[in-house]
Design a protein around this ligand. Structure first.
Ligand code: SF4
Ligand code: SF4
Length: 204
């Protein structure tokens, strides 16, 4: 009988001791330097600037360097890229009329950037892509109606490509921005087919 009563009070004492030990550890963290940091607004250097040069983040495109070879679009296993190149029948000049990157599908495999002959498409160090509008994850590097002449590399000259390991401006929109205009919805402009011939003029 006496041993049962003794065990009873021993168990109560052990319970209080273990609770005290646990809370003592917790309490001690009130006076220690935090090992975590508040992201993203309380660090001196943005995380994007601390990433290694070969980090594969959100794709960035310099359309001014694009020769319109369509290699990136054909290479992408997920169909994230959509480009359109037209030829002006009078001047024979080729123009890029569409360069969309759907970063919601991209698995950052790097196949497109590795195969781009001019370095026009590459991975940036940007990785944040939260958005309230899913369609904002389709980055349109050529505005609706815009025509950008294809890049003509000079023989023997190395392409400058995009700067490596430099912080870039956010290519995609802020998380709560309204969605971009879909070029297919634009009216009052000549829409160009991929083969170079303009489609019918649409009335606004
Ligand atoms: S990184 Fe890969 S998945 Fe993303 S667009 Fe390029 S080829 Fe496609
Ligand atoms: S981004 Fe590069 S691979 Fe893609 S069409 Fe332009 S030059 Fe070709």
């Amino acid at each position: 009988m006496s041993s049962t009563v003794f065990d009873y009070f021993t168990n109560i004492r052990n319970a209080f001791t273990s609770i005290f030990h646990g809370l003592a550890v917790t309490f001690s963290y009130l006076f220690r330097k935090p090992t975590t940091i508040q992201y993203p607004d309380r660090i001196d250097t943005p995380v994007q600037q601390m990433l290694p040069p070969l980090f594969r983040g959100i794709l960035e495109v310099d359309v001014g360097l694009c020769i319109g070879c369509n290699l990136c679009e054909k290479t992408c296993p997920l169909g994230c890229l959509r480009t359109a190149v037209v030829r002006d029948p009078e001047t024979n000049q080729r123009y890029i009329t569409r360069f969309d990157v759907d970063i919601s599908k991209c698995m950052v495999c790097g196949l497109c950037s590795e195969n781009c002959p001019t370095g026009a498409v590459r991975h940036s160090t940007e990785f944040e892509a939260s958005t309230a509008n899913m369609v904002n994850l389709v980055i349109r590097y050529v505005k609706p109606g815009e025509r950008i002449p294809v890049h003509k590399p000079v023989k023997g000259e190395e392409s400058p490509g995009l700067p490596q390991n430099e912080p870039i401006a956010r290519a995609h929109k802020e998380w709560d921005e309204p969605p971009p205009v879909d070029p297919d919805q634009v009216r009052g402009r000549v829409r160009w087919k991929n083969d170079g011939a303009p489609e019918e003029e649409q009335s606004s």
